[in-house]
Ligand binder design. Structure first.
Ligand code: UDP
Length: 462
């Protein structure tokens, strides 16, 4: 009898929260089919992924094999809110060091090879270089898991093909400039990955047909992605969360939300990579206060490359004098890690002021919460267009062309009022609720994402 495991899955995340998180969600989904799953990273990034995971039963996580591989020591400077653009350049040393996972990953694949019929290596696009040795392991095959929207992936491919005309995509001609989204060093890092992606057997997307069917159909066209298979299995984040009242460990943000009226609270958070200068923080504070809306504001510094390295002088963002006392009862300021997914799922949350990182977009939409979009870097300006102009579930706070200017409190207040209390905002809320319903259905029962996940499982188990 063949004692080999039919298939094992080895997952290679990129070491930034928004990526660590998505690939860990993916591991949980695969593991629920009884397939052995291995998660590869440095000790500190694996610890970060585990410490911050939300929405899953701890038992599911305990079934995943985490491999803490050594990488060379890397600099972990604090984020710089005064850098020329908002891209988290301080994380680059951690990104570069992660390429050194290549050798231990190759050794892991060689050790799994004799005891498995097939190894499916699922890597972040930014880790294609690191996963390159899979090609020399006879029973291994690689897949890219895209942690950005299909809209963004298609946009870049479409541009490289000379912008051909297709019905329904005129919007792509008017997307904001890529200037200010990244650094030359990071663009070089991305370019280094491309040649290794040609070995991939297929593409997995953290999105779903109700949100991005048009762009998924375009991506499926042979002219764009060859004859590679694709599966849209998102949202990867859990959609049913236990927000019961009985737990001692219930977070203070959730307790506060319990006391608020349905749909009345604006959740404000800019992800894990953005550092906001003091003068902009002041304007946000005043804009929130004068909007007279209830809010939870996550006011934490961007992550460092190693989040466990203590800073000598931890910088605490300054607020106007007496601000916290003045807004008490109306606004809650959270300076530590917030349970974002649970906050978005809470019935009292009625809007999200967000930087439009892809996790934040898909988490918000899957919970039916409309967005006030304030893009900061990377794919966020394009996600903003998807959210506001394609899906029509959000309002823009400030245009990308004004990215170098401090956004005044009056502009922030007006965007908040539009989202939370205007007729236009009501329409966005209704569409967000409908879309949220369709998104949740797509990952349950015989919804499109569930069917595609099962098709992926059948494909790797063939
Ligand atoms: N997040 C959270 N609590 C926080 C800050 C962030 O749970 O206090 C999570 C959020 O739910 C999301 C991820 O961190 O899953 C941030 O990813 P996103 O793509 O939105 O932005 P990035 O941090 O990559 O810019």
């Amino acid at each position: 009898m063949d004692q080999k495991a039919p298939v094992v899955v080895v997952v290679v995340p990129f070491p930034a929260q928004g990526h660590l998180n998505q690939l860990l969600h993916f591991c949980c989904l695969i593991s629920s089919y009884g397939i052995p799953v291995h998660y590869v990273g440095s000790a500190t990034h694996n610890r970060q992924a585990k410490d911050r995971v939300h929405g899953w039963d701890p038992l599911t996580i305990s079934n995943i094999h985490f491999h803490d591989f050594p990488i060379p020591p890397f600099l972990t400077p604090p984020p710089n809110p005064h850098a020329p653009n908002r891209f988290p350049v301080h994380l680059q040393p951690a990104f570069d060091a992660s390429s050194q996972l290549r050798d231990p990953l190759a050794a892991l694949l060689r050790s799994l090879s004799p005891t498995s019929r097939r190894i499916a290596v699922v890597h972040d696009p930014l880790m294609a270089f690191t996963a390159q040795d899979a090609v020399s392991v006879t029973n291994a095959e690689t897949y890219t898991l895209h942690g950005v929207s299909a809209f963004v992936v298609f946009y870049h491919i479409w541009k490289s093909f000379g912008k051909p005309t297709f019905p329904g995509i005129a919007i792509l001609n008017d997307l904001p400039s890529l200037a200010g989204c990244s650094t030359d060093q990071f663009l070089g890092f991305i370019a280094r990955q491309y040649e290794y992606m040609k070995f991939d057997s297929g593409h997995i997307y953290n999105t779903c047909r109700p949100m991005e069917g048009v762009f998924l159909d375009l991506l499926a066209q042979e002219q764009f992605t060859g004859n590679k298979k694709q599966w849209a299995i998102g949202p990867l984040n859990p959609i049913v969360l236990d927000t019961s009242l009985d737990s001692d460990r219930r977070h203070k943000c959730l307790e506060w939300l319990d006391k608020q009226a349905p749909g009345s609270v604006l959740y404000v958070a800019f992800g894990t990579t953005v550092s906001i200068p003091d003068d902009q923080i002041m304007e946000i504070a005043i804009g929130l206060e004068s909007s007279k809306q209830r809010f939870i504001w996550v006011l934490r510094e961007a992550d460092k490359g190693d989040i466990y390295v203590e800073e000598e002088e931890a910088g605490k963002a300054k607020l106007p004098n007496g601000y916290e006392e003045r807004v008490e009862g109306v606004g809650l300021i959270e300076r530590d890690w917030a349970p974002q997914l649970e906050i978005l799922a809470h019935p009292s949350t009625g809007g999200f002021l967000s930087h439009c990182g892809w996790n934040s977009c898909i988490e918000s939409i899957s919970m039916g919460v409309p967005i006030a979009a304030w893009p900061m870097h990377s794919d966020q300006p394009r996600n903003t267009i998807l959210v506001t102009e394609v899906l029509k579930v959000g309002v823009v706070v400030r245009e990308w062309a004004q990215r170098d200017e401090v956004v005044p409190s009056a502009t922030i207040e007006s965007a908040i009022s539009k989202l939370m209390v205007s007729e236009e905002g009501e329409g966005m809320r209704r569409r967000a609720e409908e879309l949220g319903c369709a998104v949740r259905e797509s990952v349950s029962g015989d919804g499109a994402s569930r069917i595609e996940l099962e098709s992926f499982i059948a494909h790797i188990s063939r």
